[in-house]
Design a protein around this ligand. Structure first.
Ligand code: SF4
Length: 164
């Protein structure tokens, strides 16, 4: 254990085959590699943690509910996964997360509109929203540099800056 601030990362971005289609969304980046080497990363897939299998039908947020493409209400599973992500963040003192864009769980700023037509609307995924409400700074995979800066700022706050 390094003692450096940890970061919560969507498991699919790390290569875990947990997406609705059964694959991953692996991202290769120097930032992630460094975080891995520093043992900062805690991976989580909220949908699987909430009890959904992989593969599974895609789901989208519709109003206050989350509905699968087959018409099943999966709100309870999505909320359970979000609760687990928040619990992990609290337990480990995690204050930065990098989450998969556009996902109904992990999306930040943009999600699909609930009609399965591919149209995006402003919004947050269920887990992203819950983490943000819990005080975690959330970033998507296109903002790894910003997430890295936030993490290093936390290290400095705690006297764990470079060389610590
Ligand atoms: Fe990836 Fe999040 Fe979807 Fe899991 S819930 S597959 S971590 S985007």
């Amino acid at each position: 254990m390094s003692g450096r601030s940890r970061v919560l990362v969507s498991a699919c971005l790390l290569g875990a085959e947990v997406r609705h289609h059964g694959g991953s969304a692996r991202v290769e980046s120097d930032v992630l590699k460094r975080w891995r080497d520093d043992e900062r990363i805690v991976g989580v897939c909220p949908e699987v943690a909430g009890g959904l299998p992989s593969p599974r039908p895609p789901a989208e947020i519709r109003g206050a509910r989350v509905i699968s493409k087959e018409g099943r209400d999966v709100t309870r599973e999505f909320r359970a996964g979000a609760d687990q992500a928040v619990a992990i963040a609290r337990e480990l003192g995690i204050r930065v997360a990098v989450l998969k864009s556009r996902s109904p769980s992990c999306g930040i700023g943009q999600i699909y509109d609930g009609t399965f037509s591919g149209r995006l609307v402003p919004g947050m995924g269920v887990t992203a929203s819950a983490l943000e409400a819990a005080g975690v700074q959330v970033f998507d995979e296109f903002h790894l540099a910003e997430a890295d800066a936030a993490l290093l700022a936390l290290d400095s706050d705690e006297g764990l800056g470079p060389g610590a």
